[in-house]
Design a protein around this ligand. Structure first.
Ligand SMILES: C[S@@+](CC[C@H](N)C(=O)[O-])C[C@H]1O[C@@H](n2cnc3c(N)ncnc32)[C@H](O)[C@@H]1O
Length: 192
């Protein structure tokens, strides 16, 4: 099925990239579609994922350095990146991982998380119910199109609710903006 909730939000995420950004880090890059889009914007990108399969399937391109690694075990250079993205990957790791990512931001740098959360409240269920028919229509409209990659990146079920994400972000990323998106995702943006 060509409609992918993460890919759908690429344009929104690209709008968070600071205009003068030069160095990017994509955490949990999968087969690298978003990292390649960052490179197309002129960023020099480190794209990290522990899955051997997705890194092997990621097409090589100038401007993207694919690294097979667990970000939580990687020493990250402090103050290096102008833009750090995590697309549907933060819930695979402890939320506290954002502290290391924050420290890796250059002055003026942006951390953008497209996050998955566990639905629990009435508003979660209401938004989910609204998303179902839109999702079905989008899938139908794109049903003839091929998927971006034949290799599926590992997935995991989110354990944190949106309220828990907000609460932990308030401690670890003070000032970060978080907003709920339609397709079972949130957008967190933290500016250094
Ligand atoms: C649902 S996939 C999303 C892939 C890609 N970002 C996208 O939007 O299609 C989550 C990715 O996070 C990666 N991941 C899981 N744990 C990780 C970790 N500790 N460090 C870096 N990446 C991780 C998985 O291997 C997987 O490729």
């Amino acid at each position: 099925m060509a409609f992918n909730h993460n890919d759908h939000y690429h344009r929104l995420l690209l709008r968070q990239v600071p205009p003068e950004a030069q160095r990017g880090l994509d955490v949990g890059c999968g087969t690298g579609l978003f990292a390649r889009r960052l490179a197309a914007r002129g960023l020099d990108v480190d794209a990290v994922d522990p899955s051997e399969e997705v890194i092997a399937a990621a097409p090589a391109i100038d401007g993207v350095r694919f690294v097979q690694a667990d970000i939580t075990a990687m020493p990250l250079p402090k103050g290096r990146y102008d833009f750090i993205s995590c697309l549907a990957s933060l819930h695979h790791m402890p939320f506290g991982t954002v502290s290391g990512l924050r420290e890796a931001l250059a002055p003026g740098g942006v951390l953008a998380v497209l996050g998955c959360y566990r639905g629990s409240s009435w508003s979660d269920h209401l938004v989910s119910a609204a998303a179902v028919p839109v999702n079905a229509a989008a899938r139908l409209a794109l049903s003839g199109r091929p998927a971006a990659s034949p290799v599926q990146a590992p997935v995991a079920t989110a354990s944190m609710t949106l309220d828990e994400v907000r609460s932990q972000a308030a401690d670890l990323l003070p000032g970060a903006g978080i907003r709920r998106l339609l397709f079972w995702r949130y957008l967190l943006v933290h500016r250094n």
